[in-house]
Design a protein around this ligand. Sequence first.
Ligand code: ZN
Length: 212
Amino acid sequence: MQITKMNTQYDLDEHTVFVVNELVGAHALPIIDFLKDKEKISEFIIAEELGLEINETRNVLYKLLEHNIVMFLRKKDRIKGWYICYWDFNPTMVPHLKHKILVEKRAKLQDRLSAEEEGQYFICRNACSRMTFETAVEQNFKCSECGQIMQEQDNARTKEFLRERINELDKQVKAAEPKRKVALEAPVVVKAAPKVVKATAAKKKPAAKKRK
Ligand SMILES: [Zn+2]
């Protein structure tokens, strides 16, 4: 996908950029940027306007849909007889997704910190490997890469770094607490997933008819 625009070139708020980057990737930003002030835009228009292949466009839209960042409406084209999806950006999901991402990041860091606090780590002098005490014993305290003797690592700085990051995330999580309590498992989530499958299946039908 040829998207060279920087994040800052999109007229999107930082929360949206963060959520889209984290959950789908920067390549999805042009689509959100394009959809944001519009209503029910056909995927063909999106592809055409952004100079993307239709399949690429759909793949990104489905990824966005998995997180309910977009919503769609499927309509049968009366002339062509096939189904077209019309898409909308769903900004109400952004605060909830942001909060969820931060909570998950914090949990991961907490797990890492716990592992650092409980374990004893060994590191190669050439820094090619790092392992737990158990693995080091299995390898006779020799680096599997270069054969150097492994040394016990002082992980005080790692722990300190992780604690700082966790504190920082605590603040971010608090700040990102959504004002409106909408469950992430709102009906949109439940409905959205199976629809994607139907939409793809339905797209194939008219093509099959044509061949007859
Ligand atoms: Zn080594």
